[in-house]
Design a protein around this ligand. Structure first.
Ligand SMILES: [Zn+2]
Length: 115
């Protein structure tokens, strides 16, 4: 049985500050925010990495992007936001459950990676 931190949050075994939830997705606030708005958008279905999405699941991944945009607009991020997926060790992934970081609430620099 898969029991990463995000699966535990989804199953209610661990607390998190929930921003949005429906049958397919959960959005929570990052516990270590790097911007005024820092949410984690995750499919409830467990995928460890992008390579795990089969053709039938691609819609779920696309839906996460659409949900990000909808929530950003609804919650007042009218001047924009940034989405990031950390993939693998070099990508800085910490939890092995695919999630999308949504950052906003201030003007983010053009530079995505700091040296
Ligand atoms: Zn999981």
């Amino acid at each position: 049985m898969i029991s990463d931190v995000f699966c535990k949050i989804i199953n209610g075994e661990l607390p998190a500050e929930r921003v949005f939830e429906d049958d397919d997705y959960l959005v929570v606030k990052d516990i270590n925010p790097v911007a005024p708005v820092h949410w984690l958008i995750m499919p409830k279905k467990h995928f460890e990495k992008l390579d795990d999405f089969g053709k039938k699941d691609v819609e779920l991944l696309g839906g996460a992007l659409r949900l990000a945009d909808k929530l950003a607009h609804e919650r007042g991020l009218l001047k924009g936001y940034r989405l990031i997926i950390n993939e693998g060790e070099d990508g800085g992934k910490l939890v092995p459950h695919l999630h999308i970081h949504l950052l906003g609430g201030k003007r983010l620099g053009q530079k995505i990676v700091q040296d």
